[in-house]
Design a protein around this ligand. Structure first.
Ligand SMILES: [Zn+2]
Length: 257
């Protein structure tokens, strides 16, 4: 009896508004590549993300449901194949109209710091909010071929941070998996520094940025990663539990097309 009473009072899960479907089909290219089972899980994840976060607008951003749903879906893409229905510790998302200006502080030696400003399209702090530029998020969702996606990038950082350290290695199964990951990522990271990588230079900033940039490319240009960074592709495929290259083939898109 008690369990029935408890069931009665259990919070109803957030629901996916059917009108979001058209928004996602036209505004989020990857949505159109998903099969029925993937769509079913994605609708659950999107609804959870949409309703479970605190949303804040900055720079006079008009924070409509369309904006929130398109960001929710991109963030949820990374969770699609994980045994995780929600980002832990991401309580709020702050959406800016376009790039954000942040102060850049760089040591120049002798205790002297050089200032200046930097324009960024996103930022993710440990246990803090995720900040995104809507213009970048919108472009990333619509034009994956460019290889960039600020939402994938910042939420890859959040997955990386789940074990408490932002080091380019998210929580992995066992020690063997961790050793393999570190070997593959170290070699691929070195190729960025040697100018022999398909990953953009920013990936060479540090291992955390490498993982975030690799995630963007893995989902957006999977054939490139599969062809030029095969071991990296396999590690990401196994971590994310998704095979984006195969998803393209399933949709009739081939590497030489
Ligand atoms: Zn980053």
């Amino acid at each position: 009896m008690l369990s029935r009473v408890r069931g009665w009072f259990r919070r109803t899960p957030p629901s996916f508004d059917p009108t979001w479907e058209a928004v996602l089909r036209s505004g989020f290219d990857h949505w159109n590549l998903l099969d029925d089972a993937e769509l079913e899980r994605m609708r659950m994840l999107v609804a959870r993300f949409f309703h479970g976060r605190r949303w804040e607008a900055a720079q006079g951003m008009d924070l409509t449901d369309e904006v929130k749903v398109l960001i929710s879906a991109q963030a949820s893409m990374l969770l699609l194949g994980l045994e995780l229905d929600e980002y832990l510790d991401v309580s709020s998302v702050i959406v800016h109209k376009s790039t954000m200006r942040v102060k850049k502080q760089r040591p120049t030696g002798g205790g002297v710091w050089s200032g200046g400003t930097q324009h960024i399209s996103g930022q993710a702090h440990h246990r803090g909010p995720v900040m995104l530029s809507w213009s970048a998020a919108q472009r990333g969702a619509r034009v994956p071929e460019r290889g960039m996606n600020v939402v994938y990038h910042e939420f890859a950082h959040r997955l990386d941070m789940m074990d408490g350290v932002t080091d380019g290695t998210p929580p992995l199964g066992d020690e063997a998996a961790q050793a393999r990951w570190q070997q593959v990522f170290t070699e691929a990271f070195a190729r960025v520094h040697d100018g022999e990588s398909i990953l953009r230079n920013y990936a060479g900033t540090n291992p955390a940025e490498f993982f975030a940039v690799a995630t963007e490319l893995f989902f957006n240009r999977p054939f490139d990663v599969f062809t030029h960074e095969r071991d990296l592709y396999e590690e990401l495929r196994s971590f994310y539990g998704q095979d984006p290259a195969n998803r393209l083939v399933r949709a009739g898109i081939h590497p030489d097309a």
